[in-house]
Design a protein. Structure first.
Lengths: 293, 284
């Protein structure tokens, strides 16, 4: 029983980190309708900026975290400006955007391989990982609880931003129909930049937590595959779907690791993807089935 | 001919077979894949296990490798390709990772992450060249057949083509299965060429390389894909000393081509049409 509770908390904590990544990815998908494979790169950029500032300047985790968020956000905006905007302005073939995003993902990963080296790096002990006893029911690490709480805070802030501000309204309109939103006087290029900034910053939060949970290395971005899968399970382009899908995925992964075998966890993730596509291809909260031909 | 040159030509044939498969899928049917190395792995391991453990002759074993890849492609393609959008692209990454994990962990059959040694070196230059020529003739006929046109119709406008009576989902799945067959055969030949295969040879970098070659050569041009393969294989050989920059260059090439010339070197034209063009009478 104690193991079960512990694995559920671990699963929720891992799922909440996936959620941070999946939400940003889903947000971009809902506006531009393509899978941004460079999203994993933003996470790695965030992780390395946090590591670098902690190591070289010895700043506290709050300042380093903030710099990492801003840095990854700016990197995401630059990626969009350099690689996606020229394609977006010329054609509406999303396959080209997809290929360019794959290229950007490789470029970002290999810049870190060359500059920082392929070594595994551990973040300095800035986030407490001491064991915490939960009302005598189970023991879990403070880190798991902390990552759960921060994910809730950031996702709550995103929800507030989307529902209460004018730009949030514009983003929701653009998710509905980008062209019409543009015709209504929304500055589409600025809006897309804002979306990428938000997506990059959220990915950086995920990246910092992932590099504490595992370690930091250039290929860490590959973990976004799971966020993509979570977004499909929840319904591509749907933000609540991305969160729910991530939590389900995190739980499934940790329960498999705890009770079956840790080598099976990635296979479970992939089978869940195939089952979702077979049973309910639009995912849990998918918005349109009209594409099916 | 020295052994080194011969090796490069064999490798060129193998890469070209795989590139033709990916080209049919990405260039002609408009489906982006990030997991085609998984089909190569399936072909390579099926053939290796059949020839080494069951003593099957290499030719039927290679065919079985291709068919194995087709079967898996069917299983993945049917749920994902019914939907437009990026479902197959995401599923293909998952597929690539899952196949690699199975190969690494199913010790009793695949001998795990340390690799599968002792495969007969059946891929000699004539074998590789013969496979390449036969498969190339099939592919060039295929893309000009009814089916090839149907693929292009689905790529360019799936609503219009479904209104014209094409079963778009079926065409997309069949296109994936054919491309999986080509990659399976290429993987099987690679196993016979190196006499040794390892799960890590078929990781996401390999998949990306396959797609990069096709994009570089030109989406929608089969001869462009072959040209792209030739250029990239030879350039990789030339720049072996700076191989740590190889992936960076691949990535940058993908982005730069998409930004500057999304149609690749050849555009959607075939080499022959280029040669013939000056001799053709202008219409009108």
């Amino acid at each position: 029983m104690a193991t079960l509770i512990q694995q559920v908390i671990n699963g929720l904590s891992l799922g909440s980190v996936y959620a941070l990544i999946a939400v940003g990815y889903s947000l971009v998908y809902s506006i531009l309708l393509f899978s941004n494979f460079a999203h994993g790169g933003f996470l790695v950029i965030g992780g390395y900026i946090c590591y670098g500032t902690l190591r070289t300047f010895g700043t506290g985790i709050w300042l380093s975290g903030a710099i990492a968020l801003a840095g990854a956000g700016v990197a995401a905006v630059l990626t969009e400006r350099l690689a996606y905007r020229p394609i977006r302005e010329r054609t509406n073939v999303t396959l080209y955007l997809l290929i360019a995003s794959m290229g950007m993902s490789i470029v970002i990963e290999n810049i870190f391989v060359i500059v920082a080296g392929g070594r595994f790096r551990a973040l300095p002990p800035v986030i407490p990982t001491a064991p915490v006893n939960l009302m005598g029911l189970a023991t879990t690490s403070a880190f798991d609880l902390l990552s759960l709480v921060s994910a809730v805070v950031f996702l709550g802030a995103l929800q507030l931003f989307l529902s209460k501000t004018r730009w949030g309204l514009a983003i929701r309109a653009a998710a509905y129909d980008l062209r019409t939103a543009g015709l209504m006087g929304v500055n589409v290029n600025l809006l897309i930049s804002i979306v990428f900034f938000v997506a990059g910053a959220l990915a950086a939060v995920g990246g910092i937590f992932l590099s504490v949970r595992y370690t930091l290395y250039p290929q860490l971005g590959a973990i976004t595959i799971k966020a993509f899968v979570a977004a499909v399970i929840g319904g591509l382009g749907s933000l609540p779907g991305a969160v729910v899908g991530s939590l389900i995925l995190g739980l499934a992964e940790m329960l498999t690791a705890g009770f079956i075998s840790s080598q099976m966890r990635d296979l479970v993730v992939f089978s869940m993807l195939v089952i979702t596509l077979l049973v309910k291809p639009t995912g849990l909260f998918g918005k349109s089935v009209s594409e099916k031909v | 001919m020295s052994g080194y040159t011969e090796g490069i030509i064999i490798l060129l044939c193998i890469n070209a077979i795989a590139a033709m498969g990916v080209s049919l899928l990405t260039g002609f049917t408009g489906i982006f894949s990030l997991g085609h190395a998984a089909y190569m792995a399936l072909g390579a391991y099926t053939t290796a296990i059949l020839t080494v453990q069951h003593g099957v002759h290499w030719f039927p074993a290679i065919m079985c490798g291709g068919i194995m890849a087709v079967a898996v492609a069917f299983f993945i393609g049917v749920p994902t390709l019914k939907l437009m959008g990026d479902y197959y692209a995401i599923a293909s990454i998952g597929l690539g990772e899952a196949i690699r994990l199975i190969l690494e962990n199913w010790q009793s059959v695949t001998r795990g992450a340390r690799g599968y040694p002792g495969i007969d070196p059946y891929t000699t230059l004539p074998v590789a060249a013969a496979f390449f020529v036969v498969l190339a003739i099939c592919m060039f006929n295929l893309i000009n057949s009814r089916f090839g046109r149907a693929c292009k119709a689905c790529r360019d406008d799936y609503i219009a083509s479904s209104l014209l009576g094409f079963h778009t989902a079926r065409i997309r799945v069949i296109s994936l299965m054919i491309s999986a067959f080509y990659c399976g055969v290429a993987g099987a030949l690679l196993g016979g060429f190196l006499s040794f295969i390892q799960p890590v040879m078929f990781d996401m970098l390999k998949s990306t390389e396959l797609t990069a070659v096709v994009v570089f050569g030109g989406l929608g041009s089969m001869s462009g894909s072959l040209l792209g393969t030739a250029v990239i294989t030879l350039v990789t050989e030339l720049f072996r000393p700076i191989s740590q920059y190889r992936m960076l260059i691949y990535g940058a090439v993908l982005v730069v081509i998409m930004v500057l010339r999304p149609e690749g070197i050849m555009g959607n034209r075939e080499f022959l049409s280029w040669v013939k063009a000056p001799f053709r009478r202008r219409a009108g």
